[in-house]
Design a binder for this molecule. Structure first.
Ligand code: ADP
Ligand code: ADP
Ligand code: MG
Length: 490
């Protein structure tokens, strides 16, 4: 196989930039795509070449397979990296890419198809010694069957869409009556949202942690895992803060989870970087949830603690190279935490916010990494994911990482949209987070929006805004107004 020389990055925002950077380091020509509203976005001018693919809605641009494939041809790309979201877990796309003679930076279309469907995934991994959440491992066709299965599994339980994702397509039923009400709704919703009405039942784990394992496979039979990420701080079943390593795992459980994750990878002949998600209960038992067949949003925390560049590994594997290291070579060093900085109002149920980034100032310093795809003056629109940036912090210990992240949040200035920065600071200061005693219900259990001092941020925003507007401030006394807004945090 000839090496990848020209890489099409079929994505936008921070993940497109993330991939462009590593590709450049590897001497690869980078090609990006953009929609109408993104024509001045950083992923356009950071790439060596960029091609217009359509109007703002994803369905007319980033999700339009034929247009993306057309760019691959016209630009003479030899490989396609899908990033995450958009077409990354679309097996039809992966197949078309390969059939047209391009390298797909990811697993085979077959592996994507199996793991993209929670029921097919359960079936595949069950033969490979991977523990499953008690439930039905086949679609439940009607309410009568659901009731019989519920009797066996016990309440509370979850009704899940087999094709669900992104925290969508899940409902909790506490008793027969709730099951009766929700079951038909879950089927309809699954059909409408995912084009597949298959639902199944799963025991609802009461106070769980979400712990996932990063794996790598080179397609030559070499599998390694890069240990875990704890992603239990969630809202709407979606992650907001992730860390590595988890405070919860003993070396024995870590090893068992790593082994189970590799087995899940083997069950679908996985090639490339993938993530096996587990739910971890209070007794220390863990169960397979699903496998994400792509680079994960929170992959940087693993990079921080292992020292590996996951995009480089993906490209090396796509080039046909062997891993060149084994499990014993992979060590964890230090602690890393990521906060997803979403344009969301955490005081209003984390509802998405839009607007112009009037001021955007990134924090700096040792152990501070920002992966973003925005710039001051840009519009955060309704068209795409509301994630503005990822604030990734590395420290020798968890305590240092926490202190450092609080400092970095205080140094981060975003004016124009509400963000999850204030929420992040709330989490980092919370005793349950500090002592590691929390689960996926952190937000419901502890988060009282009135305790986030958004006003503090608003005041900073206003004073910095006024400061910027008044040109004289720059020439007069730079220190005085700056120390004024800085002091509000102390
Ligand atoms: P991760 O496990 O990497 O954190 P997320 O669930 O946060 O994954 O999703 C990553 C990206 O993929 C997000 O941009 C999210 O919007 C998108 N995504 C995931 N699943 C779906 C889906 N079923 N439909 C649409 N977008 C999805
Ligand atoms: P998605 O494809 O939307 O990411 P997952 O199956 O990975 O779906 O679940 C997303 C989140 O929902 C988990 O991280 C967890 O918080 C919650 N969840 C899923 N299954 C269960 C379960 N059986 N019991 C309790 N919580 C669950
Ligand atoms: Mg998941």
């Amino acid at each position: 196989m000839s090496r990848i020389n020209r890489l099409l990055i079929a994505n936008r925002g921070e993940i497109a930039l993330r991939i462009i950077r590593t590709a450049k380091e590897m001497g690869i020509v980078t090609i990006s795509i953009h929609s109408e509203v993104d024509k001045n976005a950083p992923h356009v001018y950071m790439a060596d070449e960029s091609y217009f693919v359509g109007d703002a809605p994803s369905s007319s641009s980033y999700l339009d397979m034929e247009k993306v494939l057309q760019v691959a041809k016209v630009s003479k790309a030899d490989a396609v990296h899908p990033g995450y979201g958009f077409l990354s877990e679309n097996s039809v796309f992966a197949k078309k890419v390969v059939d047209l003679g391009f390298v797909f930076v990811g697993p085979t279309a077959e592996a994507i198809e199996i793991m993209g469907n929670k029921l097919l995934a359960k079936k595949a991994v069950s033969a490979f010694d991977v523990p499953l959440v008690p439930g039905t491992n086949h679609p439940v066709k009607d309410i009568e069957e659901a009731k019989i299965e519920a009797d066996r599994i016990g309440f509370p339980l979850m009704i899940k869409a087999s094709a669900g994702g992104g925290g969508k397509g899940m409902r909790i039923a506490n008793d027969d009556q709730e099951l009766q009400e929700m079951f038909p709704r879950a089927v309809n919703e699954a059909l409408k949202s995912f084009g597949n009405g298959d639902v199944f039942l799963e025991k609802y784990i009461m106070s769980p942690r979400h712990i996932e394992i990063q794996i790598l496979s080179d397609g030559n039979g070499n599998f390694v895992h890069l240990y875990e990420r704890d992603c239990s701080i969630q809202r709407r079943h979606q992650k907001v803060m992730e860390e590595a390593p988890s405070r919860l795992l003993t070396p024995e459980i870590r090893e068992a989870m790593g082994k189970a994750a590799i087995n899940a990878g083997k069950s679908c002949d996985y090639v490339g970087a993938g993530t096996v998600e587990f739910i971890f209960d209070t007794s220390g038992a863990f169960y397979f949830l699903e496998m994400n067949t792509r680079l994960q949003v929170e992959h940087p925390v693993t990079e921080c603690v292992t020292g590996l560049d996951l995009v480089r590994e993906q490209i090396r594997i796509a080039n046909g190279e062997q891993l060149g290291y084994s499990q014993q070579d992979i060590r964890i060093r230090g602690h890393a935490i990521e906060l997803r900085v979403y344009a969301e109002d955490c005081t209003n149920n984390f509802s998405p916010d839009t607007g112009i980034l009037e001021i955007y100032k990134r924090p700096q310093g040792p152990g501070v990494r920002i992966d973003d795809g925005v710039e001051e003056g840009m519009n955060v629109s309704i068209h795409y994911d509301p994630m503005i940036a990822k604030l990734i912090i590395m420290g020798e210990t968890r305590e240092i990482a926490i202190q450092r992240m609080i400092r970095a949040i205080e140094d981060y200035v975003i004016v124009g949209v509400e963000t999850t920065l204030g929420f992040g600071k709330f989490v980092l200061n919370h005793p349950s987070f500090l002592n590691g005693d929390f689960n996926t219900h952190f937000v419901e259990n502890y988060f009282h929006p009135n305790e986030v001092n958004n006003q503090e941020y608003d005041q900073v925003a206003i004073s910095l805004h006024d400061f910027k507007l008044n040109e004289n401030n720059y020439s007069k006394d730079l220190k005085q107004p700056l120390s004024k807004w800085r002091s509000r945090f102390n």
